[in-house]
Design a protein around this ligand. Structure first.
Ligand code: CTP
Length: 401
């Protein structure tokens, strides 16, 4: 759906360095994000990782040597050079950097890179002294000047035991930089998106609390997709076990009241507000100062209502802000969700029946119906939360226009 219709092609050039095994992770992440990936390995690279590994992960034949199949190589390298939407050289040794910078094309990778018009991203990895070597630095400078891209290595302990600059950048960062060059994301540049995610937690005493099964996956997926498309993102998150999405400002909160305050402090800034959090509707009226002892046969906790954050936003938002809510239901999905949308003055609501297999809490997929204020109702089949994130953002963007 949406932006995944045309599969973009990434050609990964692997050169001979210890970090070659990390290129496997880069390929795997790109496949997961739905790109077609072809791998070209230099002779030296094959000493570190077997082509079969890359073949299995990329699900494509790995190109290894231009003279082995004399009849096809020429076609092949030109075909890959043409087909590529992006080249990523990971890891990039001083050798490949030197060759490309000086116009030497003597193997499959260097000839293909020379023949492409696609952007080329180098992810260097080498010994610190090599990286700092003036010739290497001049080569990098020269390549940058004529439009080649680099994702800088980081500082750390290197394979040789030295400590310093030259460690391959984190595969996650390499993929993020690659996706920037693929223009996955620039349709939301200049847009500001506020997202809430996860459960909230209401303390009972110093060791106990009330919460729900929300994992935060849906809200985090929306944050990740928004950032990838170039938006500025603030994610207000209840307690979750999830990794923070790259390029997103995260504000951690625990209780509904914390979330309410954080939202009120930031909502004015946002063009789009997406409330994916599963907010605790009630909290204990008072929090016991000490651990509650089991003295009686029964016990009850008096609960009091929390603010309805979304409803408040519906009252105070300005007319240019797009407000989006979620509805988790176990019955009368469309009806309950429509009522919520109206009561809370939303632009649209994403409704899911949490009792269905493949929908709702902690699932990587979701099955939803989107209902908007103009009474458009659209049902969607089961899809990943990341795919759904793009659909939600597309709809928000469309309603802004
Ligand atoms: N929500 C909120 N503040 C609350 C309760 C809910 O901001 N105190 C938001 C949620 O983030 C979600 C939407 O309201 O986007 C709907 O949440 P849901 O729990 O399904 O609905 P409620 O309004 O709480 O209604 P009910 O629990 O009675 O079904």
């Amino acid at each position: 759906m949406g932006c995944h219709m045309y599969k973009k092609s990434v050609v990964i050039g692997v050169t001979g360095g210890i970090a070659a095994y990390k290129a496997v992770d880069v390929v795997s992440r790109l496949k997961k994000n739905n790109y077609n990936v072809n791998v070209i390995m230099t002779k030296a690279a094959q000493k570190f990782v077997s082509p079969l590994t890359f073949q299995s992960i990329s699900m494509n034949y790995v190109v290894t040597d231009m003279f082995e199949e004399a009849k096809t190589w020429e076609v092949e390298h030109i075909a890959l050079a043409k087909k590529a939407d992006l080249f990523v050289i990971v890891p990039a040794t001083a050798n490949i950097i030197g060759k490309i910078a000086n116009g030497i094309a003597d193997d499959m990778l260097s000839t293909t890179v020379m023949a492409t018009r696609a952007p080329v991203l180098f992810a260097p990895a080498m010994n610190t002294n090599m990286f700092c070597n003036t010739i290497v630095q001049e080569n990098i400078f020269k390549l940058k000047r004529v439009g080649y891209h680099f994702v800088e290595p980081s500082e750390g302990r290197l394979a040789c035991g030295d400590f310093g600059m030259g460690k391959l950048a984190d595969p996650e960062i390499i993929v993020l930089e690659a996706e920037k060059l693929l223009n996955v994301g620039n349709d939301l540049v200049g847009k500001k998106i506020l997202i809430t995610a996860g459960p909230t937690r209401e303390p009972i005493d110093p060791v106990r609390y009330i919460t729900n099964y929300s994992s935060g996956k849906m809200g985090y997926a929306v944050a990740e997709a928004s950032a990838k498309r170039g938006a500025e993102v603030i994610l207000i998150s209840g307690p979750t076990a999830l990794k923070r999405p790259l390029g997103v400002t995260v504000i951690d909160v625990i209780t509904t009241n914390d979330m309410y305050e954080a939202v009120l402090q930031n909502y004015k800034w946002a063009d789009i507000i997406i409330k994916a959090a599963a907010v605790s509707d009630y909290r204990p009226e008072s929090i016991a100062q000490n651990k509650i002892k089991k003295l009686n046969e029964d016990m009850s906790i008096k609960l009091t209502k929390n603010p309805d954050i979304l409803k408040e936003l519906g009252k105070i938002k300005n007319k240019n802000q797009i407000l989006i809510g979620f509805a988790a239901e176990t019955q009368s999905l469309i009806n309950n969700a429509s009522v919520k949308m109206e009561n809370k003055n939303l632009d649209f609501i994403v409704a899911n029946d949490v009792t269905r297999e493949g929908a709702g809490f902690d699932s990587d997929t979701n099955i939803v119906t989107i209902i908007d204020k103009n009474e458009n109702i659209r049902h969607f089949d089961k899809m990943s939360k990341l795919e759904l994130a793009d659909i939600i953002i597309d709809k928000a963007k469309q309603m802004m226009e």
